[in-house]
Design a protein around this ligand. Structure first.
Ligand code: KIV
Ligand code: NA
Length: 277
């Protein structure tokens, strides 16, 4: 089981120690993220785009998310593993939503689920919390609402919209939310919400005033094949690194430089002689 817990994240908030979070979608990346000491690993539905190549996050299914969640779970020893509930899996009825969330815990091994939306999710947050499933809420620019928002746009920019967001955040906390992810929100609004909540806020494009930060793994290492958003900081050029490795491999195979004698298996002299080789 994970060594990081939600009470520990709340302690970090109280102690003003920043919380670290990243997405991961498979065994290899989850190993790296966990071993680096990242507090929370989100199996984000962003995998629809960065792993599966969809244009947005809407198409990914519960079964697909579970497949990745299980791979991540096998890799992780310390981080808190949170599974994103995909679009449609918590929008039909509370009963069906709870049943889907249970699958992420039972079959996926996740410690918690994440859902997008404001105060309209309060009933569901209560029901999931009653079912002993911690809920990470996600407000602001919520990618599953891309069609309603009319694109990926910063949310909460007017006084009225910011007020609603602050109120909804408090309501979701009261309903039982364990963590609040704030995405694409003016830094002032995120900072205000952070000061008003007991639970930690984790920002992505929400400025430095949050209790923690999260980024998409593929954005961090330049593997997302898209123009990075303003809030992304690329810490490595994975595309250049891997492209170089692939090109070198192709060159070496084509020139005969790979594989070498040392990279080959050999018969014993005896067997080779018996075969006249
Ligand atoms: O799916 C995702 O990667 C996310 C975050 C980046 C918060 O929801
Ligand atoms: Na997501």
């Amino acid at each position: 089981a994970s060594k990081i817990t939600f009470p520990f994240l709340e302690e970090k908030k109280r102690a003003h120690v920043p919380i670290t979070a990243l997405t991961a979608y498979d065994y290899a990346t989850a190993r790296l993220v966990d071993e680096a000491g990242v507090d929370m690993i989100l199996v984000g539905d962003s995998l629809a785009m960065v792993v599966m190549g969809h244009d947005n996050t809407l198409a990914v299914t519960v079964d697909e998310m579970l497949h990745h969640t299980r791979a991540v779970r096998r890799a992780v020893q310390r981080s808190l593993v949170v599974a994103d509930m995909p679009f449609g899996s918590y929008h039909v009825s509370v009963a069906e939503s709870v049943a889907n969330a249970v699958r992420f815990v039972k079959e996926g091994g996740a410690a918690a689920v994440k859902i997008e939306g404001g105060a309209t999710r309060c009933e569901l947050v209560e029901r999931l919390t009653d079912a002993e499933i911690p809920v990470v809420c996600h407000m602001g620019l919520t990618p599953q609402a891309v069609h309603r928002m009319g694109g990926y746009k910063v949310q909460g920019k007017t006084a009225a919209a910011a007020e609603v967001m602050m109120r909804d955040a408090r309501m979701l906390e009261a309903a039982g939310a364990a963590v609040m992810v704030l995405e694409g929100v003016p830094r002032e609004v995120a900072e205000k919400i952070t000061s008003q909540l007991r639970i930690p806020t984790i920002g992505i494009g929400a400025g430095p005033g949050c209790d923690g930060q999260i980024l998409v793994f593929h954005d961090l290492v330049n593997l997302s094949f898209s123009r990075p958003a303003k809030f992304v900081r690329q810490y490595a050029d994975g595309a250049a690194l891997f492209r170089g490795a692939i090109e070198s491999y192709v060159r070496d195979v084509e020139s005969g430089a790979f594989p070498s004698e040392e990279e080959s298996y050999h018969l014993t002299k005896q067997v080779a002689a018996a075969l006249d080789l």
